[in-house]
Design a protein around this ligand. Structure first.
Ligand SMILES: [Zn+2]
Ligand SMILES: [Zn+2]
Length: 383
């Protein structure tokens, strides 16, 4: 389960970098072990520091926003620092500003890093969502540089130790604060924390080990997907710096509105216009369904305004299941707005045969009303 880093810092998902920093500072002031030795507070301080480490790093925050947990992949991918306990480095970064992204590094990090995940959106019609489809997509990502195979060097040249940091990958500064004088370190700006530089870089990739490239992929989209869902294609994302393992590619579904049906989860809703006389006498109508072709719906004699008629199992397929939702037809009874003389006369004649009927205000407890309310409740609960 991904942890709720926004909740830990008490900020909204749209919080700006400034708001995140402010929330973190406030909590760090209360919880820092030097200020609050309580064991509980220390636990919280670690959580808060981890949350800040994640949300202050655009890459990690992106992973969180895509529903992942960047700290969880730390073990597997090896791309992130330590066990995620930010500690002093991060506190100082929040209070005094630092190099940003790579807070909390303690050793030179390898030049080879795991690649980032990528996200693409694709439009699907409701029919495509219903049956599933293979989408041919153009992906523009970083791929391995074929000239240096990720090494980043030109020909047989080799990387050399960074002169700025002496190969440590970080530079140190002394800072003064409410906690006393503390030495902090940050990633070396010359080698970006790798501890080495490439004096004779690859002509094609400039030393990064990867180049941008466009390619076509076939993305299998399963039946039952809905707007906003993301299909994950493992290792189809960006390749990492130095030829590191590729991230994942997520394909987000953008469902196009349909002419007839409105989707609600696995159910489909449509509205059927029923002329007053058809509602009274009963009729049938053919619905052109998405998966089952033309399907007959019978509208019984005496159908009332607001009634629904449900075709069970004629809705959308449920994802990774053979079950299907329902098709719910809302019956809209239409009273004619214009009548010619002959029609008016026919209706008056009809009225004269219905002696007991008149227009009246009903008691809320009347049988008619309770029936109407029961039907409304049933249609809300999707019966
Ligand atoms: Zn360096
Ligand atoms: Zn290259």
């Amino acid at each position: 389960m991904a942890r709720d880093y926004y909740g830990i810092l008490g900020v909204g998902r749209n919080a700006s970098d400034q708001e995140i920093k402010r929330a973190y500072r406030k909590l760090a002031r209360e919880l820092h072990p030097d200020v609050n030795p309580d064991a509980d507070a220390q636990e919280k301080f670690r959580d808060v520091s981890t949350a800040y480490e994640v949300l202050s790093d655009p890459e990690k925050r992106r992973i969180v926003d895509m529903g992942g947990d960047p700290m969880e992949s730390a073990g597997a991918g090896g791309g992130f620092s330590g066990a995620g306990f930010g500690g002093l480095g991060d506190v100082f970064e929040a209070f005094f500003g630092g190099m940003g992204a790579a807070g909390g590094q303690r050793r030179p990090r390898g030049r080879v890093q795991p690649g980032a995940d990528s996200l693409l959106r694709t439009r699907l019609s409701l029919a495509e969502c219903a049956v599933g489809v293979t989408k041919h997509l153009t992906v523009d990502t970083a791929v391995l540089c074929d000239l240096c195979q990720g090494a980043g060097t030109n020909g047989n040249s080799k990387p050399v130790r960074c002169e700025t940091c002496g190969g440590a990958g970080e530079v140190q500064t002394v800072q003064r604060s409410f906690l006393g004088q503390v030495m902090t370190s940050r990633p070396c700006p010359t080698c970006r924390g790798t501890g080495e530089t490439i004096p004779d870089p690859c002509r094609k990739c400039g030393g990064d080990g990867r180049v941008r490239s466009r390619r076509e992929i076939a993305a299998p989209i399963p039946a039952g997907v809905a707007n906003g869902m993301r299909v994950r294609l493992a290792a189809q994302g960006e390749i990492g710096p130095g030829g590191g393992p590729a991230g994942d590619l997520y394909v987000e579904i953008v469902e196009q509105p349909h002419d007839t049906f409105v989707r609600d989860g696995d159910d489909l809703h449509c509205t059927i216009r029923v002329p007053m006389v058809d509602a009274a006498l009963g009729t049938t109508v053919v619905i052109d369904t998405i998966l089952d072709g033309p399907t007959e719906l019978s509208i019984p004699a005496g159908t009332q305004p607001g009634e629904v008629s449900v075709l069970r199992g004629h809705g959308m397929p449920k994802l990774r299941s053979s079950a299907r939702g329902d098709l719910v037809a809302h019956l809209d009874i239409v009273v004619p707005t214009k009548l010619d003389n002959k029609q008016s006369e026919l209706l008056r004649k009809y009225k004269s045969t219905r002696n007991g009927e008149r227009t009246e205000v009903l008691s809320a407890q009347s049988e008619h009303n309770s029936g109407l309310f029961a039907r409304l409740r049933a249609s809300f609960s999707g019966r």
